[in-house]
Design a protein around this ligand. Sequence first.
Ligand code: EPU
Length: 341
Amino acid sequence: MKSHQQYSLEKNNSFAIIATTPIIYFPKDDQELKLLTRVTQGSFYILGEGSNTLFVEDITPVIIKPEFLGISVSETNEYYEVSAACSENWHDLVCFCINKGINGLENLALIPGSVGAAPVQNIGAYGVEIADFIESVTWFDFGKNKSQQLTNAQCQFEYRNSIFKQHLKNKGIITHVTLRFTKNWRAKLNYQGLNRLSESCSAVDIMNTVIGLRNSKLPDPKIIPNAGSFFKNPVVCADQFMLLKDRYPELPFYPQDNGSVKLAAGWLIEKAELKGYQLNGAAVHDKQALVLTNIGSAKGDNIKDLAIYVQKTVFELFEISLQPEVRMIAKHGEVILKEIN
Ligand code: EPU
């Protein structure tokens, strides 16, 4: 199996943080994964395209970066099924499907990252989540040293969450994702910004509009290094929401099925007057306050310090403790930002 010692990860994380791993492994199939049993008993981190990862120290744990490739399509009278290997690029998969007339992923265009990372945090945008399409996930379990299929229900998808971030964290690797798309496709236009399109628009129209919206708000990581939304949108109980809504009638909100209410973290950060705020080479993006950027030569802990400052300032104003969706990785493993309360 391909591997390298003392490998620089600067080009493997979208924050462009300079960090080195003692060793990186590039398994390309199940046979090579089986050789990693010993490695996975120590501290390690599975890296996709590094678009949701912040290395907070100069040294990282051992890295496993899968190189599984391939996409296959099958169909019945009612649906298409697309199976993609974990190291395929997500946006390329979206384009592949739309070009073939397989509609459904258009709202999820241009999300950075790999196919295998997508179910881990249940990527979502413009009113759609990958969980809406997942038929099954192929999971290579390091303990059992073999792979198995997980159904959609077994993946326990929630907003930016899944079993892969909880019970199965660091216990294996997603090698393939199988998505199912009905042939009876309907445009999903309820998200602000898409509702000006007509019901008869095509998936290509939606994809192009989503690409335009994302390009207008979100910085291109190749130009301004970043990892998309740094924090998750917080969910609060109905009572706390009512108090906030009284104080801030313009507060954007998204009622949830269980009676709680999701708020827009970007709005809270902007209201706390942090849009454009800079600290030691790290910045709150001036067009979308939920995005933290590396505007110079920030180190990972500079970005982390800014995140802590944002979290503290937002808490002082709203008594809401923002939680990162970006994973912060130190030499000995993942670092979890403490909740303020
Ligand atoms: N808002 C502000 N100021 C800001 C940013 C946002 O007032 O600086 C307000 C907006 O005006 C809007 C609301 O907050 O009323 C929501 O903003 P937006 O539609 O931009 O979406 P978001 O909640 O900030 C989420 C996802 C994005 C996804 C967009 C579009 C999370 C953590 N983020 O952002 O996902 O692209 O919706 O669906 O759920 C990502 O995860 O990396 C990501 C970019």
